[in-house]
Design a binder for this molecule. Structure first.
Ligand SMILES: [Zn+2]
Ligand SMILES: [Zn+2]
Length: 345
């Protein structure tokens, strides 16, 4: 089998390795498609230089073989997605039901293996609890979006939306558009704030009710104008830096929730007036990673066609064109670029 390792900035080493055998509680997965997320892009473009790195965490594949001790019923050839995050089950956070914050989560799958989630390979071994079956009729490139959807499920749920609420989504990249889709499923009126015209259009096509350019229009005034002067019940920050977070906080109704989903680089303090939070009981929270619960919900939503992500897969490439795939993944005009593991490798 082949695996693609990032060994230096913009440099892949395609290595040959024997196909592994699943041990106790493990499943051997034949990888079919992997989404190239920001995490992998950061290693590729030299933003993070912890090499060698074996990336690939947005994975759709099929079951090849189960080891002993696999509890769920999986059959060879079955279509699955992989929640590529290990949990120890024994630490403070796991025992508190916050397994996405596991203190011992390790993205290196096997002792002696390279650092990284390891999906950029023709085959991979995963723990059975990382495997979530999906419906057979889902396109495998769309199914790679399971991991980002599962992250956004947690984020959107933290906003406690009720039917008819107004939700702001700041940024309309992949994560922003997923927030739009999931907030719509929660019955919200969605206002997208995004400076790029193409992305605003994308958000509107994905179901946003309004898309405004925060550089030209006052987001707060707009939100007040559609809420009888009160403000939005939730604001989801996915991009735009500190300025966007400060602006989002000023757009909330009393008891509104600010969910900081995206990261800010460089990370510097955000300004807000404590009395605004005190008097208005504003909630500021964040969301990171996936949980067992959010992944299971995602697999079911994809399977029952509650969410369609066909508009988010921009281009697909084979392993032999992996450099091109990473170049395209970083282009402003692409949403997800997916690498396919098929006969053309
Ligand atoms: Zn991802
Ligand atoms: Zn743990």
């Amino acid at each position: 089998m082949k695996k693609a390792i990032i060994v230096a900035k913009e440099k892949f080493d395609i290595q040959e390795a024997p196909i592994p055998k699943p041990g106790f509680g493990q499943v051997l997965v034949k990888v079919k498609a992997v989404g190239l997320c920001t995490m992998e892009q950061r290693y590729y473009n030299g933003g993070v230089e912890d090499y060698p790195f074996h990336g690939g965490h947005e994975i759709c594949g099929e079951v090849v073989e189960c080891g002993e001790g696999v509890a769920q019923k999986l059959v060879p050839g079955q279509k699955i997605v992989v929640a590529s995050l290990t949990r120890c089950g024994e630490c403070y956070f796991c025992r508190r039901g916050l397994d996405h914050l596991c203190e011992n989560a390790d993205e290196t799958h096997e002792p002696g293996e390279l650092w990284g989630p390891g999906g950029l390979a023709e085959y991979m071994l995963v723990k059975s609890y990382e495997v979530f079956p999906v419906a057979e009729d889902i396109d495998e490139t769309h199914a790679t979006l399971a991991e980002p959807i599962a992250c956004v499920v947690r984020s959107v749920e933290k906003g406690n939306l009720r039917y008819g609420d107004v939700a702001i989504v700041q940024g309309a990249g992949v994560m922003g558009v997923l927030h739009v889709k999931l907030a719509k499923l929660q019955g919200a009126v969605v206002v997208v704030s995004e400076p790029d015209a193409y992305r605003r259009q994308k958000a509107l096509l994905a179901g946003a009710d309004y898309a405004i350019n925060p550089l030209e229009e006052d987001l707060r005034a707009f939100v007040k104008s559609i809420t009888e002067g009160r403000g939005a019940e939730a604001c989801y920050f996915t991009a735009g830096g500190n300025k966007a977070i400060e602006e989002g906080l000023r757009c909330l109704v009393k008891c509104g929730v600010m969910v900081i989903y995206g990261s800010v680089r460089p990370a510097t303090p955000v300004g807000f007036i404590p009395n605004d939070v005190h008097y208005d009981e504003i909630v500021i929270t964040g969301a990171i990673k996936t949980s067992k619960d959010s992944f299971q919900k995602t697999a079911r939503m994809l399977g029952s066609k509650l969410i369609d992500v066909s508009d988010l897969v921009s281009e697909t490439y084979s392993l032999k064109d992996i450099n091109k795939a990473f170049e395209r993944a970083q282009a402003m005009e692409t949403y997800r670029v997916v690498l396919l593991f098929n006969e053309d490798n």
